[in-house]
Design a protein around this ligand. Structure first.
Ligand code: NAD
Length: 354
């Protein structure tokens, strides 16, 4: 079985993508998982049903900015790999309060790299040769595209938000630890993810939850900003594949070839909700309203994932239509998961207007 007997640190494993990675690794591989998560507002251990009963799973509440406790975790668990997904991830929050983004995304990645390097140097030559540090990043580091073209692995970095600038910095640190200290690192840059267990502040769950409540659906600007959407479980599988077969020092773009405008996404959600839970008030598209745009809002992102597809044989299994239908159905059928977040005091209010 893949990763049989290997111990993998997954940082940020209580978040949206990290939890999908852990669900995939526990279900489809023989890996032992140590979930290292600070449990910020974005974390939810309820996104890992059944994990605590699994003998191949351990949870450690820990901030990646704290070197000494991290060192103890490396000494205790002796991992064969690190997948770094711990991050502050919401662009609008980074506009209102960039400090946490600088701290976790840059200082946290630096601290984790230092402790991973110390651990790697302590390993036997055979285990050192197998060790991997996979850093998970975003296509937002490349900035914004015009109407044409795709981001490739050689596109220059041009981040525009405090979030993407902090992720770009962390990507550079990871590269430098490979070039300078020979730590076996890899980086992935992925497009927008969506799917089950997504925190309600992100576009797709936000619109589903507001649509179910018959509340206005606020679309930024003219709604014509384009994102390239990837179902989160396809991302999780891509990350496991890169960890297993990726070439040290390389970066891999991950994307679903599913470019859509934000307005198209919201209209589609309205139509799917109308099918799942018809409203006596009429079609939900009537709820769409246009609001002031996000400052520095990138116009278009689109990913060329042909390196990952050609070299490692990855393929996205869901397209936007199948993935969005699954997602809308999941939110309709799993209300306790997201109503618990609303009950904890999360307000569905607009952030990041600058
Ligand atoms: P998320 O916000 O849902 O989860 C982040 C997790 O990290 C949370 O569980 C949080 O508690 C944890 N965390 C935050 N600060 C921490 C710290 N200092 N120490 C330990 N844990 C900490 O984020 P996500 O959407 O799952 O994104 C995961 C990674 O993937 C991020 O690095 C993000 O930049 C990247 N990414 C996200 C997307 C996307 O569309 N969501 C796309 C491409 C790349």
């Amino acid at each position: 079985m893949r990763f049989d007997g290997a111990t993998i640190f997954v940082t940020g494993g209580a978040g949206f993508i990290g939890s999908a990675v852990i669900r995939h690794l526990l279900r489809d591989t023989g890996a032992r998982i140590v979930n290292i998560d600070k449990l910020t507002y974005a974390a939810n251990l309820a996104s890992l049903p059944g994990a605590t009963e699994n003998p191949r799973y351990a949870f450690e509440q820990q901030c990646i900015c704290e070197a000494e406790p991290l060192r103890k975790l490396f000494e205790t668990y002796q991992p064969d790999a690190v997948m770094n997904l711990a991050a502050e991830s919401h662009v609008d929050r980074s506009i209102d309060g960039p400090a946490d983004f600088i701290q976790t995304n840059i200082v946290g990645t630096f601290t984790l790299l230092q402790e991973a390097l110390r651990h790697w140097r302590s390993l036997s030559p055979a285990r050192r040769a197998r060790f991997r540090f996979l850093h998970i990043s975003t296509d937002e580091v490349f900035g914004s595209l015009g109407a044409e073209g795709l981001f490739t692995e050689t596109t220059s970095y041009a981040p525009n938000s405090p979030y993407s600038a902090s992720k770009a910095s962390s990507d550079h640190l990871v590269r430098a630890w490979r070039e300078t200290y020979e730590l076996p690192t890899l980086v992935t840059n992925c497009s927008n993810n969506y799917g089950p267990y997504h925190f309600p502040e992100k576009l797709i769950p936000h619109m589903i939850i507001k649509g179910l409540a018959e509340e206005p659906l606020p679309v930024y600007g003219d709604g014509q900003n384009v994102r390239d959407w990837l179902f989160v479980e396809d991302h999780a599988k891509a990350l496991a594949l890169v960890l297993e077969r990726g070439i040290i020092g390389e970066t891999y773009n991950v994307g679903g070839r599913n470019e859509r405008t934000n307005l198209h996404i919201v209209e589609n959600i309205c139509d799917l909700l109308d099918e799942e839970v018809p409203s006596s008030e009429g079609a939900r598209r009537r709820l769409i309203s246009f609001v002031k745009d996000r400052p520095g809002h990138d116009r278009r992102y689109a990913i060329d994932a042909s390196k990952l597809e050609g070299e490692l044989g990855w393929r996205a299994e869901e397209n936007l239509e199948t993935g969005l239908a699954k997602t809308v159905r999941w939110y309709c059928e799993n209300r306790p998961w997201w109503t618990a977040i609303l009950d904890r005091g999360y307000q569905k209010v607009r952030l990041g207007t600058g």
